[in-house]
Design a binder for this molecule. Structure first.
Ligand code: SPQ
Length: 430
């Protein structure tokens, strides 16, 4: 208990404006595309969370020059061919995105590398990318026949494939797109449901070609990309914690400027609207590939809803904090088709159900999601993050409405996606 974080309780309300840090998914991709493109890429508003720093470190290991100047990240790419065989093992830390997308890049590069990560990465399924990457022609091995890290990969001159993705996963799709860009011929990928499309948008920004229609993506091979300027919008997955806080803490009014509003990511806004929240969205840069805007939210009376089907990939990372939101809604909220939550940094169904129960929530796990009955008064208690940043931040928001002290174990994991989270939250407390 000595190192547990004691969280303030029963605040009088949250007020003010908060600019959340850059989007994690887009920051990773900007470094990766910058590294394989020709010429300089300048990344504005890059997220300096641990996951994105792991991506930078891996590309440095492969000889790419990357530096920070005046708060911007400069990546000096020299094309696919100039990445070199790493002397050291590539350490992805806690980052699933780095692991899977980098495997896609490595599939077409004619050298050997080995990828490892932390204890959480070692449990996350990788066959979903290693199997299709083998179909391109890459030579891959890993623990349990390529399912888990450590994974070794020897890239080669790869050939285009046609592949139906068995899971709706932007990471699998993106890994295969990154391989396809280097392959001989045109690859065709079919997704079971639309997932975040930052990779596709970024290919166009870097002067490349990709065609996406009705869940089918065609990627011509042998593409050379050109370095560019990337502006990273605020991360809607980080904004989600404040959107939920603003809705459930009485006497609150929050403004969140410059949040990414890519429609493949805005499920959380749709959920808040359907639950009856006082939310307003003002788009700012219509016409840009990655939309941004200002969201305002006020304390709200909420009602339970069902969340399922194609909606799930648009809010997959927000489901833990949506579960908290649902504890404050009248009636039942049913979350279905979200079995992917079991293979994130931790089993997020087990983690959030256990920890919210600890605080008095009426919540039960199901095979593919959870059911939450509201509205319940949350109590004080001892909870843990399960070393998962999204669980840790959700519990910090839960503490704001608990009627007793909440002690959070292992809170440092917020550094993965939002290093300033606790300071930003404090700045809004009245
Ligand atoms: O990178 P990592 O660890 O997989 O991060 C998470 C997160 O909560 O930050 C998931 F644990 O986000 C994924 C997300 O769930 C990031 C991502 C991406 O950038 O492409 C896509 C989603 O994963 P998936 O497997 O559904 O494609």
């Amino acid at each position: 208990m000595k190192n547990d974080l004691k969280l303030s309780r029963q605040v009088q309300g949250l007020n003010g404006s908060i600019t959340v840090p850059g989007d994690k998914s887009i920051s990773h991709r900007a470094v990766m595309f910058g590294a394989v493109a020709n010429g300089e890429t300048v990344i504005h508003n890059f997220l300096k969370g641990e996951d994105c720093l792991s991506t930078i470190q891996c590309f440095k290991e492969m000889g790419v020059e990357i530096e920070e100047k005046h708060g911007k990240i400069h990546v000096y790419g020299k094309g696919w061919d100039r990445l070199r065989e790493p002397v050291n093992i590539l350490n992805v830390g806690n980052s699933g995105t780095t692991t899977r997308l980098m495997l896609g890049i490595l599939a077409g590069l004619p050298f050997h590398s080995v990828i490892i990560g932390d204890d959480s990465i070692a449990k996350r399924p990788m066959k979903r990318v290693t199997e299709p990457l083998k179909k391109f022609g890459a030579v891959i091995d890993g623990r349990d026949d390529g399912q888990y890290t450590p994974i070794s990969i020897r890239g080669t001159s790869i050939e285009a494939i046609e592949y139906d993705l068995p899971v709706a996963s932007a990471q699998v799709k993106s890994a295969l797109i990154l391989a396809a860009l280097q392959a001989k011929g045109t690859s065709v990928l079919v997704e079971p449901a639309p997932t975040r499309n930052h990779t596709e948008l970024m290919i166009e920004q870097f002067g490349g070609e990709v065609h996406s229609k009705n869940n089918t993506i065609r990627i011509p091979g042998n593409q050379q990309l050109k370095g560019t300027n990337v502006f990273v919008p605020g991360d809607i997955s980080s904004a989600a914690f404040f959107l939920v806080a603003g809705a459930i803490v009485p006497n609150s009014k929050l403004e969140l400027p410059l949040v990414g509003l890519n429609p493949t990511r805005t499920g959380i806004i749709n959920v808040l609207e359907r639950m009856g929240a006082n939310i307003n969205v003002q788009e700012q840069n219509e016409g840009q590939s990655e939309k941004t805007g200002t969201i305002t939210i006020e304390s709200s009376s909420l009602k339970g809803i069902e969340i399922s089907g194609n909606m799930i990939p648009t809010l997959i990372d927000e489901l833990p904090v949506i579960a908290l939101l649902a504890t404050q809604a009248t009636g039942s909220t049913i979350i279905k088709n979200a079995e992917e939550l079991k293979v994130k940094e931790t089993n997020r169904i087990d983690a959030i159900v256990n920890e919210l129960k600890e605080l008095g929530a009426e919540i039960e796990a199901t095979d593919d999601g959870m059911i939450i009955h509201g509205k319940t008064q949350l109590h004080g208690g001892k909870v843990k993050s399960w070393h998962d940043h999204r669980i840790g931040m959700t519990l910090a928001i839960a503490a704001l409405i608990a009627d007793g002290d909440v002690y959070l174990k292992d809170h440092e994991c917020v550094k993965i996606s939002y290093p300033e989270f606790f300071a930003d939250l404090k700045s809004l407390l009245q």
